[in-house]
Design a binder for this molecule. Structure first.
Ligand SMILES: Cc1cc2nc3c(=O)[nH]c(=O)nc-3n(C[C@H](O)[C@H](O)[C@H](O)COP(=O)(O)OP(=O)(O)OC[C@H]3O[C@@H](n4cnc5c(N)ncnc54)[C@H](O)[C@@H]3O)c2cc1C
Length: 588
């Protein structure tokens, strides 16, 4: 009998885990757990975007209404180096990734952040999961917690990785508690950004694209050697323009807003069509008649993108909430069932504004933490709440770190310290330029001053940064309104968003490191008042005595060294030799 066949009948020995959602986080988690526990775990993964093709599970295609996501995501080395080696080897094949962004506090062991297409990442994870049939069962179905109640009760863990709109998380709302919008609201209004995603091919070299991106908050280019998405933060008024038109019924549809689809460029100039809804992107049809379309063109010019290299348009609606907990006992143990714990991971736990590029990173960190935690606490019978104290702590750390960083990319402060949504600052810039309240030269000067400051900070970490002449020439070609909006949107608040990152190894040691991974000791908080045990006090005294003797020895030796030249001849030489020997011995 295969291990999968007896999953529901054999309590004990095998850890039984169901994962709902086989996106990048669900699959990463399944592969991590499999790599840690091998035959001791039986994992089922459900995803409604999959279908069976022969013996394999594959992604549904567009004909089955599954528009694969095309965005390029940046994964930090703190995360990707902790994925199983076989995952890294498949994902990061030559030509499938690039290193566009500089190293920072989230870069470990000398490795920088890497850009990959999310669809490529998911493809490789699914490919590998297909090869682990002994431990991972892939089920091409949407998971319904009501229909599968008995199945959930038979599992030790239900790991919910269904993304931001998770149905299973909401089904268990009484266990996980209600989300709180208040801390991501301004004057009672939940702050929401709508970002237009423009699939493009940019001709700008990466270093210049990075510089131009971090100098302002209106546009963000993330790409794989120029191919990627140019993201444009919209004002509330611009969102009203983002409509599709159904040419047959002559009706407008807000398809791009309510359930975003990708509108692909057709062969006709200026025509972007949704394959899902058969609608056309209205601003591109109106061209100069649409204020939004002219501003999109400003962004294309900023990143040196020819209009024919804009191949698709989509939109993302982004808002954040605070979640009270990520771990809960869903069903208690009974004589026949082991007791089931539920876990929120990835976007189902913490959906984060993508501007700082940390949603997937936070999701992978949550998967690493839970996989290590389950392995550490598995004792051939059910779990108890205390087993997840550290994992729950880590989830709270991820929420705090990544959402506070992302909030800084949604909201800024005015000169009196009053908070203000960045999209409203952009609106202010548009109004100013429409009223003729701008000075192109001083806007260029302001941007040049930011660019040169950022360039001097980045020059140790990125080579090939552009000169002042190149930058000024480039900015001169932009229209005054684009320049104004760039200026008022402000540059990235790198001081506030930088600093210490969440380190899973602090709570769960790396199983691959021999003798434990070296963790930055500055990150640990030791208790200054902790009583010192007597044997350590004794050792401390011995060490202090030794240090004092060494210091006296070194001082004497150095003093004599400078006196000897006055003695001259052989006496001087032999004293030199003795002192050299003494110095070697005390310093080793
Ligand atoms: C434009 C853009 C750029 C981004 N850039 C970055 C970046 O640079 N760096 C970064 O770290 N992050 C980035 N992100 C965020 C990143 O894409 C997400 O954090 C990541 O996709 C979350 O993965 P997930 O597996 O948790 O959820 P998802 O990717 O949403 O996957 C959820 C999966 O669950 C399945 N599912 C849902 N409900 C069910 C159900 N009931 N039953 C079965 N299956 C179900 C879905 O089909 C899907 O496959 C970006 C996001 C966007 C939109």
């Amino acid at each position: 009998m295969s291990k999968m066949a007896d999953v529901n009948t054999n309590l004990g020995t095998t850890l039984k885990v169901t994962v709902t959602g086989g996106g990048p986080v669900g699959l990463s988690f399944a592969l991590l757990l499999e790599s840690l526990m091998g035959s001791k775990v039986a994992i089922k993964v459900y995803d409604g975007r999959w279908t069976q093709e022969g013996a394999r599970i594959v992604w549904k295609g567009e004909e089955q209404e599954n528009a694969r996501r095309q965005q390029v995501v940046t994964i930090q080395s703190r995360q990707y180096l902790r994925l199983p080696k076989e995952v890294r080897d498949r994902v990061f094949q030559e030509g499938c990734y690039s290193e566009m962004w500089p190293k920072g506090p989230d870069s470990i062991r000398g490795y920088g952040p890497r850009n990959v297409r999310i669809a490529h990442f998911e493809d490789k994870l699914l490919e590998l999961a297909n090869e682990k049939k002994e431990s991972i069962q892939l089920i091409p179905l949407r998971f319904d917690p009501e229909d599968r109640r008995d199945e959930i009760k038979s599992q030790h863990a239900l790991v919910i990785c269904e993304g931001a709109q998770s149905y299973t998380r909401d089904y268990f709302a009484e266990k996980f508690g209600s989300a709180d919008k208040s801390m991501y609201s301004l004057e009672g209004d939940h702050v929401q950004d709508v970002i237009l995603g423009l699939r493009v091919k940019s001709d700008l070299p990466d270093p210049m694209a990075v510089l131009l991106t971090v100098t302002q908050n209106r546009f963000l280019l993330n790409s794989l050697r120029g191919d990627g998405f140019l993201n444009m933060r919209l004002t509330d008024e611009e969102v009203e323009e983002v409509f599709g038109i159904d040419l047959k019924s002559k009706k407008f549809r807000d398809c791009i807003q309510s359930s975003p689809c990708v509108m692909e460029h057709t062969e006709k100039p200026g025509e972007f069509k949704s394959t899902t809804y058969s609608t056309l992107f209205l601003p591109a049809m109106l061209r100069e008649g649409s204020p939004l379309w002219t501003r999109i063109q400003g962004g294309l010019k900023l990143f040196q993108i020819k209009e024919e290299n804009l191949s698709a348009v989509t939109a993302f609606r982004l808002a954040m909430v605070h979640r009270p907990r990520f771990t809960a006992q869903l069903y208690p143990p009974t004589q026949k069932t082991p007791g089931t714990f539920g876990f929120l991971l990835g976007d189902a736990a913490n959906a984060i504004h993508f501007w700082p590029g940390r949603g997937l990173n936070s999701g992978i960190a949550s998967a690493i933490s839970l996989a290590r935690c389950l392995k550490l606490n598995w004792r051939d019978k059910g779990f108890r709440e205390a087993d997840f104290t550290r994992h729950e702590g880590l989830m709270a750390m991820l929420q705090y770190r990544h959402k506070s960083r992302a909030w800084r990319t949604m909201v800024t402060t005015d000169s009196n310290g009053n908070p203000c949504a960045i999209k409203n600052k952009i609106k202010q810039g548009i109004v100013e330029s429409e009223n003729g309240k701008f000075n192109k030269d001083s806007d260029i000067d302001e941007l040049m001053s930011r660019l040169s400051q950022i360039r001097s900070r980045l020059k140790q970490r990125i080579s090939g940064l552009p000169s002042d002449n190149t930058l000024r020439q480039h900015l001169r070609e932009l229209d005054p309104q684009t320049l104004r909006t760039l200026v008022v949107s402000g540059s990235w608040d790198t001081f506030s968003v930088g600093g210490e990152e969440v380190e899973v190894d602090l709570l769960f040691s790396d199983p691959d490191s021999v003798g434990g991974e070296e963790v930055d000791v500055d990150l640990l908080f030791s208790d200054p008042d902790l009583p010192v045990p007597p044997e350590r006090k004794q050792a401390g005294k011995v060490l202090a005595g030794l240090t004092a003797r060494i210091l006296v020895g070194v001082a004497l030796a150095v003093g004599l060294y400078y006196l000897i030249p006055t003695l001259g001849g052989e006496l001087s030489d032999s004293l030199h030799n003795i002192i050299d020997e003494l110095l070697v011995q005390v310093t080793l």
